[in-house]
Write a protein that binds this ligand. Structure first.
Ligand SMILES: Nc1ncnc2c1ncn2[C@@H]1O[C@H](COP(=O)(O)OP(=O)(O)OP(=O)(O)O)[C@@H](O)[C@H]1O
Length: 983
């Protein structure tokens, strides 16, 4: 059990973000089994939580694990931690994350450079986990497993609409179909340069299926409105020999109705935009598609140009899969017929529906369908009820007649789609399934709609969620089985545990007296209704045995609720019967199957009768039956004959049948999972809406899987990996030697003992160490604490060494500086002294000359007296002597010239003895030095910088010594470099 203590990192629930990080400020025991936590979030806001240990906030993982590329390695496996890991990685532009055997793929909503030929090359031959998570890693894993023992593989790609299933499935298929050493191609969308014919055919299926099966919806501009399973077939040499496509539950209602923001199937717009004018005219069509009722209910098309381009691409693709020009024209005629069908005017007179005999749309439609217009009109506005003894014909109201008209259009379109899939398959496997019979093994890719829940959920959501419930069951069984297999293989003590399985929900839907059975029963009653269906449901299913899965909603009358594995969904019964029956009246079926249009007959024949019996492809001419299991196909009729003896299957039963076949096949294969996630509703690149993704993680069963995982030992480490990471937890004398001797298991034992992990919380297997949830977090915390202590010691030791070095360096610099200053001062002093001596000598000579001159004068004017009145005359000595005296005397004019300009007061006079000239000069020089130095030191007190160039010597002072000395100093680079160093 994980513990809370001050400093523990937790997740606090938040209505906007889902969860926000917080820290435990204090933890106290409130009662015997309840605790009170005071939490502080990032903004410093305090929150107090009180509750039993299980209800306390989820713990956060150590930072190292927070953006782990495999969620299964998280120590605290909880919703917020998983969401946070996916969000952090997405913010780092990492769209793929593993969650055990599942790859989570978050839609980037913009082209990402992750599928280049270079990246394809990187993933070929590499095992999952060697490189960053990627769907190529999953594809390579599947291919390698298939190549190894020939076992069939299936990659299930699921997710909600717009999450990126189709794009992911296409990339996976391209990777698998790519030659295993493709030439590098600069076009990132086509890394299969030089693809073989089979590969080209496989790629050609995309534009065809997308044109006929995709449409613009509010959630996705290119939404696949059907599920599909594509099987890539390989021979014994693991070379691709062909492929097979199976489709599930095409959304038929779209053909006759679309909401304002959605569109009909792309093919209709492509036809109007891309067909040449003469061909359009021939078909009675118009480039302005808004003239057709089936196309003008939805929003305006903003992609006409791309519709035209796509039409040509689709036409080329039809050619590649072997549908020739004549067949193409027949297809376009049928499509034109459907558009005209939608334009047939139905009016109402009193209580009867009326269609004009010469309605141009009806005539056009019947012309292309090859059906008699009178008969068509009759059975569109009338209805025949066959009783045991009689046939009763009644008239229909206008809305009922419109309903019949639309059901015919939907039925023909569904048959056309089915025929196309068959044609594509013939091209991919050869007419007699030749490739399928040569194939030894396969990799299948299932692109299936994810769990859906809207404000109003109807029959479509019921079927989709039924499929997801079945897939989830397979998934749980598979994950659980895998987990347990590992325990057995590693020989650890393990009691097989049961997990809450979703079988009850599946039984509720498909059981003998389940929802689908009751719906079929009601659908077959001539007077069956949605209300009586709901009544049946409540009578049969609202029982204590179903309490956990079936509920009658409190606030909705015409609805029922199913507790799915992901969440509870309430279905409105309104329209269930109509959608389940969705078939044409018997009279119309007869009209269509006996049409003059040979192509229409072929289409219906293919769709209605080459079905379940042909579930396994027909034997090739050589009589070899395919070894490859067939994932089933959408059958539009039962297994019995044609005409009135056909027991018309309901959509529900068709879907149940094909799903059953699919599940049988999945059980025979190794399954790989890709769960696509849509990060936001407005298709914005790199925007992440946590609450929305959380709902998808729940719906994708990721959290359910985690729940299963946490029941056992979710963290598994090989002894070596574990030892190398955690050896620092034991004594340094023990760890490294054990690693050197490769005694990893022994080291693991020492680590868990040293960390005082309870024995019930880990198990030693044969090659792996199994840890219960939370243990890894404890070990990570211990490791972080130890590393922090080591780092602390290292930091302080480094600081000490650096300080010592610094002081030594500082002393050296100061020593050099004082030596250098001494040298410079001595040099200056010598210069001054020499100059002074010279001047003294000159003065002496001058004095001698003057004395001689004076003596001469005296001799010539003997006896004459001269008056002495000026100050100068009072000075004793010769003029030279007087000048020298003035120069070195204090208080004189010369002295002031020598003084530094900023010297506040003159030097006090020497008391007693008058200093010698040399003494005075030396003293002045040294004082000048000292003062200058002090001034510059004052200016930059913390440095050992040389005297500033703006100091006294450069301010125009008359100091004849300081200027050249400073200049010398300034010229010395050693000063600057040493100064910088000390900075
Ligand atoms: N790997 C990717 N890189 C770039 N863009 C992507 C990727 N995957 C999906 N997209 C974008 O998301 C859009 C929707 O993707 P996609 O059609 O595959 O969704 P989907 O899950 O198949 O939806 P639906 O169920 O409605 O068919 C694409 O048109 C594309 O713009």
């Amino acid at each position: 059990m994980t513990t809370y203590s001050p400093g523990s990192r937790v997740w606090l629930e938040d209505s906007q973000e889902g969860w926000i990080p917080a820290e435990v400020a204090s933890c106290t025991k409130a009662s015997a089994d309840t605790f009170t936590l005071v939490l502080t979030d990032g903004d410093g806001k305090e929150t107090t939580v009180t509750g039993a240990r299980d209800s306390l906030p989820h713990l956060r993982n150590p930072e190292l694990l927070e953006s782990a590329d495999d969620l299964a390695t998280l120590s605290h496996l909880n919703e917020p931690s998983i969401l946070h890991a996916v969000q952090t990685r997405y913010a780092q532009r990492k769209i793929y994350t593993y969650s055990g055997i599942v790859l989570l793929a978050v839609n980037p909503f913009e082209a990402v450079p992750m599928y280049t030929p270079e990246i394809v090359q990187q993933y070929i031959g590499r095992t999952k986990g060697e490189l960053e998570p990627h769907l190529f890693a999953i594809a390579e894993d599947a291919y390698a497993a298939m190549a190894l023992d020939g076992k069939g593989q299936t990659i299930i790609v699921s997710g909600e609409s717009g999450a990126g299933k189709t794009e992911s499935a296409k990339l996976v298929m391209r990777f698998i179909a790519a030659p295993k050493s493709p030439r590098i191609n600069s076009d990132m969308n086509s890394f299969v340069d030089g693809a073989s014919q089979v590969e080209q055919q496989i790629q050609a299926t995309n534009p065809i299926l997308e044109a006929f099966g995709n449409a613009k919806t509010t959630r996705n501009d290119n939404s696949s409105r059907f599920g599909k399973y594509i099987q890539l077939l390989f021979d014994t040499n693991r070379q691709i020999v062909g492929a097979r496509v199976r489709t599930y539950l095409l959304e038929r209602s779209r053909l006759s109705y679309q909401t304002q923001t959605e569109r009909n199937y792309h093919i209709f717009y492509q036809l109007c935009a891309g067909l040449p004018a003469d061909e359009l005219k021939e078909l009675g069509l118009d480039a302005d598609y808004s003239k057709f009722h089936y196309l003008n209910q939805g929003g305006p098309s903003s992609t006409e140009l791309s519709d035209r381009d796509k039409f040509h691409a689709m036409r080329d693709a039809l050619g590649i899969v072997g549908i020739d020009a004549a067949k193409q024209t027949s297809i376009f005629q049928l499509l034109a017929a459907l558009l005209h069908l939608g334009n047939i005017g139905v009016t109402q007179t009193r209580s009867d529906a009326v269609i004009e005999d010469d309605d141009p749309s009806m005539l056009h439609a019947m012309q292309y369908l090859g059906v008699d217009a009178t008969e068509f009109k009759k059975w569109t506005i009338k209805k025949q009820i066959i009783t045991r003894s009689d046939k009763i014909v009644t008239t229909l109201t206008a809305p009922q007649a419109v309903g019949v008209r639309d059901s015919i259009a939907r039925f023909v379109y569904a048959c056309l789609f089915e025929w196309l899939v068959t044609a594509v398959n013939e091209s991919l496997t050869g007419k007699y399934g030749d490739a399928a019979s040569r194939a030894e093994t396969y990799v299948g890719v299932l692109d299936i709609y994810g769990f859906e829940h809207f404000d109003k959920n109807s029959f479509e959501q019921f079927c989709i969620n039924y499929a997801n419930e079945k897939l989830q069951h397979e998934f749980n069984t598979y994950v659980f089985k895998l987990a347990q297999e590992d325990y057995v293989k590693e020989k650890i003590n393990w009691t097989f545990i049961d997990f809450d399985d979703n079988q009850p929900a599946i039984d509720l839907m498909e059981g003998k007296l389940g929802i689908l059975a009751l719906l079929d029963e009601e659908s077959r009653l001539p007077l069956g209704s949605d209300a009586s269906f709901l009544q049946k449901l409540n009578t049969q299913l609202d029982k204590p045995a179903n309490k956990a899965v079936y509920k009658m909603p409190k606030f909705a009358n015409a609805a029922f609720t199913i507790a799915h594995y992901a969440l509870d969904v309430t279905y409105a019964v309104d329209g269930f019967l109509e959608k389940n029956r969705d078939t044409v009246p018997e009279e119309h079926l007869t009209l269509l199957t006996s049409s003059n249009n040979a192509f229409l007959r072929e289409v219906l024949d293919t769709a209605l009768h080459r079905v379940s019996a042909e579930a396994a492809d027909p034997p090739s001419p050589g009589g070899v039956v395919s070894k490859i299991p067939d994932p089933g196909r959408t059958s539009l009729a039962g297994t019995t004959g044609r005409g009135s003896s056909v027991k018309k299957p309901t959509l529900g039963s068709i879907f149940k049948g094909s799903l059953g076949t699919l599940m049988d096949m999945l059980r025979m294969t190794n399954v790989h999972y890709i769960r696509c996630l849509k990060p936001n509703q407005h298709k914005m690149a790199w925007e992440f809406s946590p609450l929305q993704v959380l709902a998808q993680l729940r719906a994708a069963g990721v959290l359910e899987t985690i729940r299963i995982s946490t029941a056992g030992y979710p963290s598994r480490w090989t002894f070596e990996d574990f030892a190398r990471r955690y050896y620092i937890l034991i004594h340094w004398r023990e760890g490294p030697p054990l690693i050197k001797r490769e005694q990893f298991k022994r080291l693991c034992v020492l680590v868990v003992q040293k960390a005082a992990i309870d024995k019930s919380r880990y198990q030693m297997g044969e090659t792996k160490l199994f840890l219960r949830t939370g243990v890894l977090a404890t070990l990570e915390n211990l490791r972080s604490a130890k590393l922090s202590a080591v780092q602390f010691m290292q930091t302080n030791m480094r600081r000490l060494i650096a300080m010592r070095k610094y002081r030594h360096f500082q002393r050296s610099v100061v020593g050099i500086q004082s030596h250098w200053r001494g040298t410079v001062a001595r040099r200056a002093f010598t210069e001054v002294r020499q100059k002074a001596l010279k001047e003294a000598e000159a003065a002496k000579a001058e004095k001698a000359a003057k004395a001689a001159a004076s003596r001469e004068k005296k001799a010539s004017k003997d006896g004459q007296k001269f008056p002495v009145s000026s100050d100068k005359a009072s000075e004793k000595g010769s003029p030279g002597k007087i000048r020298i005296r003035r120069m070195f005397s204090f208080g004189s004019k010369e002295r002031s010239e020598l003084a530094l300009p900023d010297q506040p007061s003159p030097e006090p006079p020497l008391i007693g003895r008058r200093p010698s000239r040399l003494e005075a000069a030396t003293k002045r020089l040294s004082r000048s030095w000292h003062d200058t130095d002090a001034t510059s030191r004052r200016k930059s007190p913390n440095t050992l910088a040389p005297p500033s160039s703006t100091g006294p010597s450069s301010t125009g002072s008359s100091n004849q010594f300081s200027t050249p000395i400073y200049e010398q100093f300034m010229k010395k680079p050693a000063w600057n470099s040493s100064t910088n160093l000390l900075h």
